[in-house]
Design a protein around this ligand. Structure first.
Ligand SMILES: Cc1cc2nc3c(=O)[nH]c(=O)nc-3n(C[C@H](O)[C@H](O)[C@H](O)COP(=O)(O)O)c2cc1C
Length: 350
């Protein structure tokens, strides 16, 4: 079974749904001594099967397959649907076709998505937004697959331990992408990555992986010093040659660094952190549909924006520290991180 001590570099390249985590990115990280992760949240079983096979043909290192735990959801009233649709139609975009209120099923069937996992048996299976259905963790363990789940609070971390998962991803408020809160009605404690990591390391027995705003070797070193066994880094890999990040998204990450990041529900119906753009600003006070119905509703708009190279209407998920992003091969980034950790280690050992 997977153990963090087997890693040459104590890092997990974060799962990032939406085409970013290509087999080439995942394999390059795993070949350089980290864990390469796929964000399979919206993928079909066929795509999951093909991506895992492709990555496994490029590496024998540890691979993580990540899924969302979607909660049952219904369409709100006709009036709310109308208002949410109106908000999108009033945007200053020509050429976006087929904005329609989504029909059921509103999200993929997790048990069907997991079928290829039981055959391909990646080293790790991980979940975002909650605990997987009963029996999934046990099944993974029986096949020698370790399970990790994200937490944004101690209460969530304790629930993860009770479910017998193997590690906890401590996701701080700095993190790019969707915030992994279990219960959207519960109060968000808004803890920073290091504060949450230290708190979980103190109260939990399971290994803690720190996630959020970690961009370099010194940040990894700080996470380990606060009790983490590894760091999970998403934004840092967005401009690697092997990642599937669209070119206009990369351009903004590298050249529009005066933009703040913001937490917005406007793209998907759930809070996620990304660069502020025309869409996030215009939609700030508008009605949105619940997650992930809003995500499906805005899909054609985001796709249109991507094909037009128009980053003002794309979801530009990124953590607060994105200005430190590096554009290079994954191998070079991993080598630089290794050197920086070593330098930091020597510094702190006097
Ligand atoms: C573009 C993007 C997509 C993400 N998609 C997922 C996902 O599919 N599953 C998941 O567990 N976390 C996802 N995350 C969150 C990461 O797991 C992690 O918490 C975050 O990247 C850490 O913060 P950082 O981006 O500052 O490194 C995503 C993050 C980004 C930036």
């Amino acid at each position: 079974m997977f153990n963090f001590s087997q890693l040459a570099l104590p890092l997990i390249q974060a799962p990032m749904a939406g085409g970013i985590t290509t087999p080439q990115l995942v394999a390059a990280v795993a070949n350089q001594g980290g864990v390469g992760s796929f964000g399979f949240a919206y993928s079909t079983p066929e795509k999951i099967h093909a991506d895992l096979l492709a990555a496994q043909s490029l590496t024998s290192g540890p691979i993580n397959a990540n899924f969302f735990v979607f909660s049952p959801v219904c369409l709100p009233s006709d009036q709310i649907q109308k208002n949410a649709m109106q908000a999108l139609r009033s945007l200053d975009v020509d050429g976006v076709q087929s904005l329609t209120i989504p029909a059921e099923p509103f999200y993929p069937n997790l048990m069907e998505q997991l079928e290829p996992i039981w055959n391909a048996r990646p080293a790790i299976l991980s979940f975002h937004f909650g605990l997987p259905p009963e029996g999934v963790i046990e099944k993974a363990h029986a096949l020698g697959i370790a399970v990790g789940i994200s937490a944004t609070s101690l209460a969530e971390a304790l629930a993860i331990e009770t479910a017998h998962a193997d590690f906890i991803v401590a996701q701080g408020i700095e993190a790019g992408g969707h915030r992994g809160q279990f219960d959207l009605q519960a109060k968000d404690e808004v803890l920073s990555t290091l504060a949450l990591t230290a708190q979980l390391a103190q109260h939990c027995h399971a290994p803690i992986v720190a996630a959020g705003g970690i961009m370099n070797g010194a940040d990894i070193h700080a996470a380990l010093a606060n009790g983490a066994q590894a760091a999970q880094m998403g934004t840092a890999f967005l401009c690697c040659d092997e990642s599937g990040t669209p070119s206009s998204y990369r351009h903004y990450l590298l050249h529009k660094q005066d933009r703040p990041t913001t937490l917005t529900k406007a793209f998907s119906g759930r809070l996620a952190r990304g660069l502020e753009n025309t869409f996030t600003r215009t939609m700030q006070t508008q009605v949105t549909l619940p997650f992930p119905i809003q995500n499906t509703l805005t899909g054609p708009l985001r796709q249109w924006a991507s094909t037009q190279n128009n980053a003002e209407y794309q979801s530009l998920w990124a953590g607060t520290a994105y200005a430190q992003i590096r554009s290079m091969t994954t191998q070079d980034l991993m080598q630089q991180l290794r050197n920086e950790i070593e330098a930091q280690h020597q510094k702190s050992n006097g």
